[in-house]
Design a protein around this ligand. Structure first.
Ligand code: NAD
Length: 343
């Protein structure tokens, strides 16, 4: 049975990945420092699973990471531990340096030391983002060969980590690969992010805050499709390579809000009249458009996103409607008053 470490496994994508790997009968060790965006609610159904182990730890703790590697001898590490909200990176870039750059450095050092003494094969799959490519002009899509051009402290720290990993692959022959994924949506996402924030506001009779005039465009993928891609990358990717993980489903923020409103109206729900799109002051340095060229992963790894946006959003809406405890399990002050999103 394969054993995997998932770092950041109590957050949004991490918890979906932990459950996805457990369903496939793998042994999963979740290492998470439990920051504000981690939520025990996300993993309540696997807490007592004998194939699941949780370790509360910062990935900066190189010594303990080394000990965990020695003890469990995992086949793979999926690194999702990171600070992730662009607005928070504008408020406080230092936290992003600590987890997204230094944290990755410490993880790489622990792994390099471990590999000097252990012959067992292991692969690091580092989870990065399409934001490293920066703004992409209409009609263009970034490929893995496009240059990095990050705009926010968040994307700059993610870009730094990608470069650091590639340098460790080349210099120390570290077995690592990188995925650059577009915007994820699905269950268990911290409600400061666009889609759960809009669903929360629809369910709670509040206006729907949209930056600027809502014209900024993102590519959206269901988190389950991302998990499938990550496992495929673990098994099939060539060391040192990076893979864009996209869906080709690009939408302006205003269209996401309109789609969610339409979905909400199709459900047996009473929607308060205050639930209307409300433009708010734009985020500083806001990237206008991200869009990925997916050809490499489609061709080389035979992976393709399967979940259409309309049905994925509708299922996601249903999940948040049925899991109101998810919202209750997060202190409201952590997400109701984020930069630019005051309503
Ligand atoms: P999230 O904020 O929901 O979860 C991050 C998790 O990492 C939290 O549980 C947190 O406690 C943990 N963490 C943070 N710093 C840590 C540290 N130093 N040590 C141990 N644990 C730490 O984020 P997410 O949306 O699930 O994103 C996960 C990863 O995927 C990130 O690396 C992010 O950059 C990347 N990514 C996210 C998206 C997206 O749309 N959400 C898209 C592409 C890539």
């Amino acid at each position: 049975m394969k054993k995997f470490i998932v770092t950041g496994g109590s957050g949004f994508i991490g918890s979906n990945l932990v459950k996805f790997l457990l369903k496939k009968n793998y042994f999963v060790i979740n290492i998470d420092k439990l920051s504000y965006s981690a939520n025990p609610y996300n993993l309540k159904e696997v807490r007592n699973n004998k194939k699941y182990k949780f370790i509360k730890l910062d990935i900066n703790n190189q010594k303990k990471i080394f000990t965990i590697l020695k003890r469990y001898k995992p086949d793979g590490i999926f690194n999702l531990a990171a600070e992730t909200h662009v607005d928070r990176s504008i408020d406080n870039p230092k936290n992003f340096m600590n987890s997204n750059v230094l944290g990755v450095y410490n993880l790489l050092e622990a792994l390099t030391k471990y590999l000097k003494k252990n012959k067992k094969k292991i692969k690091l799959v580092h989870i990065s983002t399409d934001e490293v490519y920066g703004d992409i002009k209409m009609g263009n899509r970034s490929s893995e060969k496009s240059s990095y051009n990050p705009s926010s402290p968040y994307s700059a720290t993610k870009a730094s980590a990608d470069h650091l990993i590639k340098s460790f692959v080349r210099t120390y022959k570290l077995p690592a690969v990188i995925s650059n994924c577009c915007n994820n949506y699905g269950p268990c996402q911290f409600p400061e992010k666009l889609i759960p924030k809009l669903i929360y506001n629809i369910l709670n009779g509040k206006p729907l805050p949209i930056y600027g005039r809502g014209k900024n465009s993102r590519e959206w993928i269901h988190v389950n499709d991302h998990c499938e891609a990550l496992l495929k990358i673990f098994f099939k990717a060539k060391n040192g390579e990076s893979y864009n993980v996209g869906s080709n489903q690009n939408l302006r923020n205003i269209d996401i809000a309109r789609k969610l409103l339409k979905i909400a109206k199709s459900k047996p729900l009473k929607i308060n009249q205050r639930v209307k799109i409300k433009f708010v002051k734009d985020r500083p340095g806001h990237d206008f458009r991200y869009a990925l060229n997916n050809n490499k992963i489609l061709k080389n790894l035979k992976w393709k996103a399967k979940i259409p946006l309309n049905s994925g959003l509708s299922q996601t809406f249903d999940w948040y409607t049925k899991n109101k405890m998810f919202f209750k399990s997060v202190p409201r002050k952590l997400y109701e008053n984020r930069l630019g999103l005051k309503v």
